[in-house]
Ligand binder design. Sequence first.
Ligand SMILES: Cc1cc2nc3c(=O)[nH]c(=O)nc-3n(C[C@H](O)[C@H](O)[C@H](O)COP(=O)(O)O)c2cc1C
Length: 370
Amino acid sequence: MPDALEPDVHVMGKRLMWSQNAFTDRLNLKWPILQAPMGSLSTPALAAAVSNAGGLGGLGMWGFSAEDAERRIAGFQQLSGGSLNVNYPLWPEPRFTPDVSGPMRARLQAHFDAKGLGAVPEPKGAAGEVSHEHLSMLMRAKPQMVSFHFGLPHQEVINAIKDAGIFIISSATTVAEARMLEQRGVDAIIAQGIEAGGHRGTFTGVDVSMQPGLFALLPQVVDVVRVPVIAAGGVADGRTVAAAFVLGASAVQLGTAFLRCEEANVLDAHRAALREPTDACTVVTDLITGRPARYVKTGLIDDLVASELRPVPFPGQLSLTAPLGGTGDRELTALFAGQSAALASDTTAGALVEQLAEATSECLRVFSRS
Ligand SMILES: Cc1cc2nc3c(=O)[nH]c(=O)nc-3n(C[C@H](O)[C@H](O)[C@H](O)COP(=O)(O)O)c2cc1C
């Protein structure tokens, strides 16, 4: 690590080494910059480009069989010899009841009719878990990191992954959740501020209107846990990365900014929306998938909010709304995005990591001179 890129910054009397710390040492990273695993939107090419640039690439395994997950990891490994984060969102088996799904299906029928999609299907969806097949696959593939969203799996699964020498992380949206994750044995914690795009990682059902922004959450989590903290939510350029490190982060995780990279698997309507966001164009709602997530606001969201209906339990609601996104109509598409979407631009993943690294160092250099 050349000294020129590690500015001599002191925060509260301590030297701030933003680019090299215990977290980067353990995961063999040049830069403490994580590309968020984002289900099928995160491709092996995206993750590999990030890791090749010295960051940590991530692959979301939501909805993939163990065989397909292993193929995705092999795809990454063909393109990169760097570290990899493999991600599992976790949720219980949904129970669908006609009193909830009936009115919701009836409301969506008008949208289906307008697009000639036929009858709204019955909701479907199974539990999100680390199955025996996935666990065996992880033991073979041995990614450097396994991350979770919506909590943690059973302790035996955690122990097996840790015993294999794999680093474990998960998201917290409050200080209480961060404490719970640390008690369960995670190696690092993602502090996910309310600004974040995609699903809220809460696993204690915290009211969305009470979940803190990253500026409030991050230093409070850093104060109470001993493990490294990864800042997520609204981090999108050198200034926001630098701010996260000044607030005590050991790394940052960006999702929305990586959606603008050409290696990401993003629908055309979604890409178009990401090119013209504002600071105030997004909303958190559970009406698209059944769990709260942040999106660019659309006509579909407006209509479902106006209906005052409850969503079908996650991920059943997504099985109802996903066909609408397949029509290419932007107003019917799930336009996942965070509040800093306007800070991002079209680029490649390697260029984004390098630009973030350089801009962060420059920002901290200016800060240290003033
Ligand atoms: C399209 C999209 C999909 C996401 N999917 C996942 C996921 O599958 N697992 C996960 O742990 N986090 C997921 N996230 C959340 C990110 O991990 C992260 O918290 C968030 O992107 C950070 O905020 P930002 O979007 O403002 O950078 C997703 C985010 C986006 C934007």
